[in-house]
Design a protein around this ligand. Structure first.
Ligand code: ADP
Length: 477
């Protein structure tokens, strides 16, 4: 499955934005976690100092340690006092000595309070002389533990980090919930922008398609931007101008050449006919003149056909349309065709409908098209006992005309080509029968000018069938 350029841009934008947003989410949540941990440390520091002050007051006031812990719990439930020891007496002795020295003396400090639930020594926590902050997991919870030596006391306090975790989790969930919507908006936005960006390209494609259908006169309109696409449209239009001009020159040349050849050929024909009138001519000379006359006739026929086609190509083809009784026209043409066919032993059956079957068209051209088809049906028939069937019948918008003949099959690869100029399946047979290779090209051209198409069906041992329609009204397509 190939996705459209627009859809691909939208999907890629959404994917890249998704990755960027997820990375952003990771960085943000880390930052939030860090900031909140710093806040927790600050809180712990404040509590530690408060605790020491309270301990001093309480000792002076003779209050119990349990009350001290109670005061703390009332202030903040998730803050725990793990241990409080009095090190006043040892302070001077230890000074700023090594942590080892302190560690060694831990057991000797008089403990004022010890949280019964926390093991001693606490897991993963070290006593350090300048205090330490650690994150540890204990009983399924994550704690931030601060150990400080301060004003003659050593305090260890812990704060439950659940709140921080919950905050970060909430942030991530909110973010992830909003992510699909954000990606949808980004995708739609990219789809819209890509649509606007490819619009000029679509115009160029539409024009290129129209060129094949309507001809070289088409131009890319409405792409006037001064960017790459605008320049592409401009270059294409210039190229089409040059192509159109070249084609016009070629077509004009064929029309001019055909026209120029007409007069000398007519003169030649006249002179040969005059020479044939001369009774003093030898029999051999007469035979040569008759042969020449026939060839000049063929040449004139080719030139006539070429002139008609090239005039049509050059746009100088004027149709003289009128209301025509196609049944009458068909009857007249088939009447003559029956005689020509019978001379070659071919039987022609014609069902020309009833009179009054009216169509709109150019009578001269339609007669030429039907005659060409009938001439071919005779030319390319069986050598013996050949048959031709002509049928005119009513259809939805007008009338269907069918001309069928027995004879050689037209191969599938030749079916389109036989309507090209000078294409002949069997060149020898065509030439022998006086063919020019332009008969069907003219038929196709005439029908195109009547907004119609011709179809051919051909089968082995059966022959060929040419079918086309004519409408009651030319614009009734
Ligand atoms: P031509 O002057 O050679 O008849 P056309 O354009 O009329 O030129 O036809 C092109 C070719 O199509 C012919 O040379 C012939 O091979 C083939 N053809 C045309 N009409 C028929 C037909 N009715 N049956 C079989 N072949 C045909």
């Amino acid at each position: 499955m190939s996705l459209s350029f627009r859809l691909r841009i939208a999907l890629w934008s959404a994917l890249l934005s998704g990755i960027v947003l997820l990375v952003f989410l990771g960085v943000t949540s880390n930052m939030v976690r860090k900031t909140m941990t710093e806040e927790a440390d600050f809180e712990l520091k404040t509590f530690t100092e408060d605790m020491v002050l309270t301990a001093q007051e309480m000792e002076e006031g003779g209050l119990l340690q349990t009350q001290m812990v109670g005061t703390l719990s009332a202030e903040r439930a998730e803050v725990r006092l793990i241990e409080l020891s009095e090190i006043d007496d040892f302070e001077n002795e230890l000074g700023s000595s090594s942590p080892l020295a302190i560690d060694e003396t831990i057991g000797e400090f008089p403990q004022l309070y010890k949280e019964p639930e926390w093991p001693d020594p606490s897991p993963g926590i070290e006593w350090k002389p300048d205090g330490s902050n650690e994150t540890v997991t204990f009983k399924g919870k994550t704690w931030r533990v601060m150990t400080r030596t301060f004003a003659g006391y050593r305090v260890r306090m812990a704060i439950d980090l659940r709140e921080i975790r919950d905050e970060v989790k909430k942030l991530m969930i909110n973010y992830l919930e909003a992510l699909p919507l954000a990606l949808l908006v980004i995708g739609l936005g990219a789809w819209w922008i890509a649509g606007r960006a490819v619009k000029p390209v679509q115009k160029i494609i539409a024009t290129a398609e129209n060129i094949t259908i309507k001809g070289l006169g088409e131009r890319v309109e409405g792409v006037t931007t001064n960017d790459e696409l605008g320049r592409l449209a401009g270059v294409l239009n210039q190229m089409m101008d040059r192509l159109e001009e070249s084609f016009r020159q070629i077509k004009r040349f064929s029309a001019d050449a055909s026209h120029e050849l007409k007069t000398p050929l007519a003169v030649m024909q006249g002179k040969i006919e005059a020479a044939l009138q001369n009774e003093n001519q030898s029999r051999e000379s007469n035979l040569v003149l008759v042969d020449l006359l026939e060839r000049v006739g063929q040449l004139r026929s080719i030139i006539e056909s070429l002139l008609m086609l090239s005039r049509s190509d050059a746009g100088g083809f004027v149709m003289e349309t009128s209301e025509l009784d196609i049944s009458e026209i068909m009857s007249e043409i088939t009447e003559d065709a029956v005689i020509i066919a019978s001379e070659q032993g071919i039987e022609l059956h014609a069902d020309n409908g009833r009179s009054g079957m009216m169509v709109e068209g150019d009578e001269r051209l339609l007669r030429l098209a039907i005659s060409n088809l009938l001439t071919n049906a005779t030319k390319y028939n069986l050598d013996e006992k050949g048959k031709i069937t002509c049928n005119l019948s009513q259809s939805d918008f007008g009338f269907d005309i069918l001309i069928q003949n027995t004879g050689p099959e037209i191969n599938i690869e030749d079916k389109e080509k036989i309507f090209e100029r000078f294409y002949r399946v069997d060149k020898g047979r065509s030439r022998e029968a006086g063919g020019t290779g332009l008969g069907l090209a003219i038929v196709k051209h005439i029908l195109e000018n009547h907004n119609e198409k011709i179809e051919v069906i051909s089968k082995k041992n059966y022959g060929s069938k040419f079918i086309f329609s004519l409408s009651k009204n030319l614009n009734n397509e």
